[in-house]
Design a protein around this ligand. Sequence first.
Ligand code: MSP
Length: 517
Amino acid sequence: MTGQPRYYLTTPIYYVNDSPHIGHAYTTLACDVIARFKRLDGFDVKFLTGTDEHGQKVEKSALAAGIAPQEFTDRVSQNFRDLAAFMGYSNDDFIRTTEPRHIASCQALWRKLVEKGEITLGSYAGWYSVRDEAFWGEDELTQGPNGTKLAPTGAPVEWVEEPSYFFRLSGWQQRLLDFYEQNPDFIAPTSRRNEVISFVKGGLQDLSVSRTSFKWGVPVPDDPAHIMYVWLDALTNYITAVGYPETSGEYARYWPADLHMVGKDILRFHAVYWPAFLMAAGLEPPRRVFAHGWWTNEGQKISKSLGNVIDPIKLVEHYGLDQVRYFLLREVPFGNDGDFSHRAMINRMNGELANDFGNLAQRSLSMINKNNDAQVPAPGQFSAEDTELLAAAAGLLPKLREAIDRQMFHEGLEAVWQVVRAANGYVDRQAPWALKKTDPARMRTVLYVLADTVRQLALLLQPVMPGSTARLLDQLAVPSDRRSFAAFDQRLAAGTPLPKPEGVFPRFVETEAGGAA
Ligand code: MSP
């Protein structure tokens, strides 16, 4: 398997101070779709997710819950594992920052940075936000209520003055700028790349990377009064999971990561601090960081205090798993902010899934079932229109590869739906039901073209809607060893018996109370 191309991608690791919500589900979903696509396309994939369990924020939440931090993190981390299973995520590993493998990895990276003269002891005096787990400059703050100060994120800040180790970030400004220039695809989308570049051009200060005022974290080697800054600890998870400090084995195979998927709020940590830490330690930076946007709920910012947090589990119970997976990646151009609304969800579900794709598959398969003895029909000569439709479907694979490599899910799905719509137009024009009497041979050709088009569409949609497409491929009797993209060109074999077709994309019927019927 050594010649197989590899692909390593990661989600952020989630803070365990909170239950999983739509934001977490979204980031991991995007990665899951890429991971599934790459596996089907012959890559050796490593897909990592996990939980970020240290730091003051988590310590405070444990305290508020009245339990010890370890017990608290065990409990909340499990919620994230449960969500991953429920959403059908295909992650290959789930890392927790409280695991011994991770603590060893952080301490090894720290030692490496000390050895290279990149970490030195000093003292910190400045503003810190526990909610953001971030230091903020005086000039970045705004006035809050009652003489308090707020971070640009709106989070309260507190004055911190304590001994601290510093990472020599100031020395990395030019090397980071050179790195961005030599690697134009490192940060996406472009607007975010420009923001990061102007932030770095504005000057970088040394970064405080340890704290002495609390205990819940990875102790600094040889100076356990200090706890590592939670972001240095958290970012290191990406190399822990490939075996660091061991640099042979998985590390040699998978590092540098091909993609760190993150939300826009945590881009700076991934695109500035992380490559600087790695380069300073003599390690390679990742290949790409993509920052996606944020969801609002019916036009409003999602927040616990507003009580409008969207629970992904409830959403799936209401609309169906594949429907939610499809909606989240189709509704909003990936990278932009987006608004969740029930109306939009129902429109996509009924319009594009039930009407466009569901009907195409259902009517093609039922006609075959009724008019061709439930067997894949034997086609005659293809007409120009037949060839055009089959070629349009075949042309989707290279388009999707390209869209997936740029994380442009909505573009990929739009391209697929252009073919779905073309296929529906084809059925209407060819009217196979009328050919039954006048030209049964032609009817068989048309039905064959339709069945093979549906096969190609279903194969390509597997990463986004694994359950529904599996059922559709079962109905087309596509054997499991013909569901990878290597078999994309292998057309259906005439004469193959087909099971009775059943619709796989139900319509959402609203009851008066607004729920599902
Ligand atoms: N623990 C850090 C990440 C460390 S990675 C080395 C963290 N965790 S988090 O749980 O607060 O956030 C995780 C992700 O959820 C972020 O990428 C964030 O952008 C995303 N989202 C949180 N709310 C969101 C929305 N409303 N919409 C979309 N994504 C959002 O940050």
